[in-house]
Design a protein around this ligand. Structure first.
Ligand code: AMP
Length: 397
């Protein structure tokens, strides 16, 4: 048995790890939370209890303990064959995954100005893994890379050009690994080469974004300079009137506070005043909670508007595809959204929608629908594992 591929997704206080064989079979996964606090702990998926990490509960300790746990369960013998790292921002430098060397590390660090909350912690994960596994190929996979094919008319903001020239202010887009996976999976489901495929991919999880994909390439997407733009999300507002900033600063709020509220206290949580969790809101709405119902309505209407907007970048449509925790599981959200789009000819099969496409080869559209509508579970970790194999193992032999 070959040793497996390790996939590392490093957040500010968390670490998600998955192990895949070269044949793309998932062997196990693990989550470490509350890192760098006295409550730091780690839990293998499928196991009931978590283990405490010794102080200071760092990312490196979590990674070391993760490998020990995988070894104890016989999932890994010595070291991984290769490591794939999720990196949030690749700026305009990275158009595809990259085998990490000193130059790549410098370039990832340079992109930190665009993602100050994300790239520095992604680098912590990379450096910890380099110390633990010297000589093992490590590959960075960027959330932004898939969207580097956006045409100029889709990525420019109507702002003074010097903002773009001097500071890189433009639309980058995120969730690229998930949208790319949707393109590949849709090609499989429809039996068409991905290079001939046009689709709209809606990734609806705690973060949400939608992408128009033409001939297999991203041509428009709802997230922008940061992952705040676009759809309503769990705690993020998505689009607001830029005039809001002046209005709120007149009310005495500073930039940090406005940023925190738009990122952490808005979206479904802000609208409902109850929860950022769609499942909870659906339950509350059914019990008659009006603000929970309003939050779902705003979420679905904004999504419908964006599906319409994505049509401007396509000349044909092979499928509208839903993914992410909400996209994969909420028949209500999908149905509510598409009731706004009957003019475009979308129609759902009630039975297949309620079955989340599981017994209908992912299809949930009605026979009379103008376009296929699919539900496809995302698997961003698998995309990262594939990239680690392609860019880490196959390139170096
Ligand atoms: P993710 O970030 O992809 O894990 O997605 C998390 C979101 O998916 C949360 O808002 C969950 O409430 C939502 N979700 C998961 N299962 C369901 C479900 N059965 N119905 C509605 N929302 C769901």
């Amino acid at each position: 048995m070959d040793d497996p591929i390790l996939v590392v997704n490093c957040g500010s206080s968390s670490l998600k790890i998955a192990l895949f064989t070269r044949q793309e079979q998932r062997l196990g996964s693990l989550l470490a939370e509350n890192l760098n606090t006295p409550e730091a702990c780690i839990r293998l998926s499928g196991e009931p209890s978590s283990l405490n990490l010794p102080e200071p509960g760092s990312h490196e300790q979590a990674l070391t303990m993760a490998i020990d746990l995988f070894r104890q369960r016989g999932l890994i013998r010595k070291a991984p064959l290769a490591v794939g790292h999720r990196v949030v921002h690749g700026g305009e430098t990275f158009k595809e995954p990259s085998l990490i060397d000193d130059q790549v590390l410098v370039a990832i660090r340079a992109c930190s100005a665009l993602a100050p909350l994300h790239n520095p912690v992604n680098l912590i994960g990379i450096e910890a893994a380099q110390r633990l596994f010297p000589g093992i190929p490590q590959v960075a996979v960027f959330d932004t890379a898939f969207h580097q094919s956006l045409p100029a008319h889709a990525f420019h903001y109507a702002l003074p050009q010097r903002f773009y020239r001097d500071w890189g202010v433009r639309r980058y887009g995120f969730h690229g690994t998930s949208h790319q996976f949707m393109a590949d999976q849709t090609a499989n489901v429809l039996g068409k080469p991905v290079s001939d495929l046009s689709l709209i991919s809606a990734h609806l999880g705690n973060g949400c974004s939608i992408t128009a994909i033409r001939n297999g390439k991203s041509v428009d997407t709802s997230m922008g300079l940061t992952p705040l733009e676009g759809l309503v999300m769990g705690t993020r507002s998505g689009d607001v009137d830029p005039g809001l900033f002046d209005f709120l600063s007149e009310k005495g709020m500073d930039a940090g506070e406005i940023n925190r509220i738009l990122n952490r206290e808005s979206g479904l949580l802000g609208l409902s005043g109850q929860s950022n969790d769609m499942r909870t809101l659906c339950r509350m709405a059914e019990e008659g909670h009006q603000e929970a119902a309003l939050a779902i309505d705003v979420f679905c209407f904004r999504l419908a508007r964006y599906i319409g907007a994505m049509m401007a970048s396509l000349t044909s449509l092979d499928a509208l595809v839903f993914t992410g925790g909400i996209g994969e599981n909420s028949a209500k959200v999908r149905a509510r959204t598409l009731t706004h789009l009957t003019l475009l000819g979308f129609e759902l099969s009630r039975e297949n929608n309620e079955g989340n496409g599981k017994n209908s080869n992912h299809h949930i559209e009605a026979p009379a629908s103008r376009f296929p509508v699919l539900v496809i579970p995302t698997n961003e970790e698998l995309v990262i594992a594939r990239a680690a194999i392609a860019h880490g193992l196959e390139r170096i032999g």
